[in-house]
Design a protein around this ligand. Structure first.
Ligand SMILES: Cc1ncc(COP(=O)(O)O)c(C=O)c1O
Length: 408
């Protein structure tokens, strides 16, 4: 059996080759080298990488090594070593996000992070209103519904424009706030899990702030897919996951609360921890998963966020822009690079029900061996989501183009 040190140093060596790929747009040959760092099934074409991100081999090896060590040392690890190790991971994650450690909490994913922010938000008074949009994630919308029931506030839901434009999206939120001056809190999703639409979060958050409205940002799909840090968004409350585009083990995420806004989120368990730590208590956690966030960030940094964003957008453009305007096919996100990245959904013209889109995704799998997922919940109708990843070959995207032409 390899020692932990041997595995971690092997992981470092295998990723060293990635340094060469660190450029804003790494050429294809470099991306083929990066793809080779992922141990993924090629029995089918995997274009549903929005659910969670497969760990690259060096991250998986490090996770495995952490797990072995922690299982061997048991409570000795938990009681003597976990504390400083978790502090170090937290500092590294905070630095990657461009904020300080006492502004973030390590969570078990974006769902938990956003629950902390939404359920804990305590600036609402009876008869205030709160705002969600159709493209927001189901469980975050449900958490806003919970506020309506528990706090006596009114929930307002808008449909985002389709087709969308950069200004049209800002205007849609501004119009909702103008029409409903009682709105005091809103949810904005940086990258929609339904269509892949990228929202101009910075502009929307700033516009809302001038109207005295707070925004909780769902950044589950943006960190690791788009090149940004928290100061770029200007947001006060943000939920992240590390197990999608950062490529860390399942069960890892982050909640951000800007230092001067921490009193707006009520403590979950008072007197356990202090400051931001009072806002969430996860109990005994999966230490190995959290530790491997560190190696996931190393892998992410070696490729570089800008190169990752460019690659994903390139794979997306390869099919979505090639097929835009094709008879019988609707591409749901616009060509504007500010509004898209790797994820994009399509609809076969006229097929708007969830059942029809489930059938389209099923046909893509049974007839063409291409795995995608149907997404209901879009105001203008359900759709099918296509999500490439860092190990996706261009030939796989070309197979999708052929399949969609045949089906349209
Ligand atoms: C937009 C969005 N928000 C939140 C989540 C929840 O993320 P997690 O799996 O980290 O709880 C997801 C997961 O798919 C998502 O797509």
């Amino acid at each position: 059996m390899l020692s932990r040190r041997a595995i971690l140093s092997a992981a470092a060596t295998t990723t060293a080759g990635l340094m060469a790929a660190k450029a804003s747009v790494a050429p294809n040959t470099e991306w083929e080298k990066i793809a080779a760092h992922y141990d993924v099934s090629r029995d089918f074409i995997q274009l549903e990488n929005g659910n969670f991100g497969t760990m690259a081999r060096p991250v998986f090896a490090a996770y495995h090594a952490h797990l072995e060590r922690i299982n061997r040392e048991g409570s000795f690890y938990a009681r003597r070593k976990a504390g400083p190790d978790l502090v170090a991971v937290r500092a590294k994650a905070a630095a990657a996000l461009g904020v300080s450690s006492d502004e973030i909490l390590l969570t078990r994913g974006a769902t938990e992070a956003l629950q902390v922010l939404i359920a804990g938000y305590d600036r609402l008074k009876r008869d205030d209103a709160i705002l969600v949009a159709d493209l927001d994630y189901d469980s975050t919308q449900a958490a806003f519904h919970g506020l309506e029931q528990r706090r006596g506030v009114k929930l307002i839901a808008i449909a985002l424009p389709e087709p969308a434009t950069h200004q049209g999206l800002i205007d849609a939120y501004e119009a909702a706030l103008k029409e409903n001056p009682a709105i005091k809190l809103m949810l904005v999703t940086h990258v929609s899990h339904r269509t892949g639409l990228v929202l101009p979060v910075k502009e929307i958050v700033a516009m809302a702030r001038t109207r005295g409205v707070d925004t909780i940002v769902d950044a589950a799909h943006s960190w690791g897919q788009l090149d940004f840090t928290l100061p770029d968004l200007g947001a006060d409350f943000v939920g992240f996951t590390c197990h999608k585009w950062i490529g860390a083990p399942l069960g890892t995420g982050i909640a951000y609360i800007r230092k001067d806004r921490q009193e707006a989120i009520a403590p979950a368990l008072e007197h356990i921890g202090s400051g931001i730590d009072e806002r969430l208590h996860t109990g005994t956690t999966n230490f190995a998963a959290v530790l491997a966030v560190s190696e996931a960030l190393d892998f992410h940094n070696r490729i570089g966020a800008a190169a990752k964003e460019a690659r994903l957008r390139g794979l997306r453009n390869r099919w979505a822009e090639a097929l835009r305007g094709h008879r019988g096919l609707e591409i749901l996100t616009p060509s504007d690079p500010r509004l898209t990245c790797g994820i994009t959904s399509f609809r076969l013209t006229g097929k708007t029900s969830p059942a029809e889109n489930r059938a389209v995704a099923a046909e893509l799998l049974t007839r063409f061996n291409i795995f995608t997922v149907d997404r209901p919940g879009v105001a203008k109708g359900a759709c099918v989501r296509v999500t490439p990843s860092f190990f996706t070959h261009e030939a796989e995207i070309d197979a999708l183009i052929g399949a969609l032409k045949a089906m349209a």
